[in-house]
Design a protein around this ligand. Structure first.
Ligand code: GLV
Length: 316
């Protein structure tokens, strides 16, 4: 008996070699994913596995029914002019990724809170000088976003004893004890008011673009810190520089940028008040990505519900 042809997909990314990263973990006879240059029959391609696809990347595949992001964010796909509404957009949901995100956020908060820069400088100069401490609950952490990533961040910081404000779309069904949730149009502003740390884990949508701006920073405690692990487009870069100049912000940790890689001549690189990392706050695990891509490709082939599809109207 001849086996049916596998459902065919293509890797599309301008910045990453997705086959190199995920190809190894792919172990399914009925799902085949090729590099664009390996595709001989573009009409047979039914789905794309994507990270930052190029502007023309989808044009060659007239029968594409699904574009799946290997990451949690689907902003690049939702905004892509080459994807019509008929193409379903899906994303990976990896619980390990949320744990990584929480670890990154907690690391940065603790770095500032426990003054590790000062301690390391003292150590370099062989100076034994303990620093003053205060109870973690005296520090307010504002978290923007209460999705899979936001919840993991909130739980981690809660365990560490911080006072937590959360800005979210709607009050959660299972709120975490002692956490204060803010909803409505002013949720971000209300959550940020009087906070010492501002952590952004929002998805990028039309309504969340540019939310990290002067007006929001003004409500924070003087000398607060920003931890930006959402998307570059959330941040008004000139407003960050202004807030650093006035001292409203004492520093910021930036993992995501409007242009990635961050251009070599960007002023952020040389600013000592910034801690910069190359979009590594979290990542989805190759084995989870491949498992979920295979699950989604099979559901597409079988016409069964796509568990990992995103709601276009919601933007995530
Ligand atoms: C990372 O930024 C992701 O979207 O998974």
């Amino acid at each position: 008996m001849t086996r049916p042809a596998p459902i065919l997909g293509v890797y599309l990314s301008e910045t990453l070699d997705l086959k190199e990263i995920y190809g190894q973990a792919l172990d399914a006879d009925d799902v085949l994913i090729l590099q664009p240059e390996q595709v001989t029959d573009p009409e047979a391609v039914k789905f794309a596995v994507c990270w930052a696809p190029g502007a023309q990347d989808f044009a060659a595949y007239p029968n594409l029914a699904l574009a799946m992001s290997v990451g949690a964010g689907v902003d690049a796909l939702l905004a892509h002019p080459g994807l019509t509404d008929e193409v379903t957009i899906a994303r990976v949901r990896d619980p390990h990724q949320a744990a990584l995100m929480a670890g990154y956020a907690a690391h940065e908060v603790l770095h500032y809170e426990r003054e590790f820069d000062g301690l390391m400088q003292n150590a370099k100069d062989a100076i034994w000088r303990p620093l003053p401490m205060h109870a973690p609950e005296r520090s307010v952490v504002a978290v923007l976003g209460n999705g899979t990533m936001g919840q993991a961040v909130i739980e981690a910081l809660k365990v560490l004893g911080f006072t937590i404000h959360v800005a979210c779309r709607s009050k959660p069904d299972a709120p975490i004890g002692d956490v204060t949730y803010f909803t409505g149009d002013a949720a971000n502003k209300d959550a940020a008011k009087g906070a010492d740390y501002l952590i952004n884990v929002l998805p990028l949508t039309n309504t969340t673009e540019n939310v990290l701006n002067s007006e929001l920073f003004a409500g924070l405690n003087t000398g607060a810190r920003l931890i930006q692990i959402g998307r570059g487009e959330h941040l008004v870069e000139s407003d960050l520089l202004k807030a650093l100049e006035t001292g409203q912000l004492a520093g910021a940790t930036l993992d995501v940028f409007r242009t990635e890689p961050l251009p070599r001549d960007h002023p952020f690189w040389s600013d000592k008040r910034l801690r910069i990392t190359p979009h590594i706050a979290s990542d989805s695990m190759p084995e989870i990505v491949t498992e979920q891509v295979v699950e989604t490709a099979r559901a597409l082939r079988d016409g069964t519900p796509l568990r990992l599809a995103v709601a276009r109207s919601q933007g995530y």
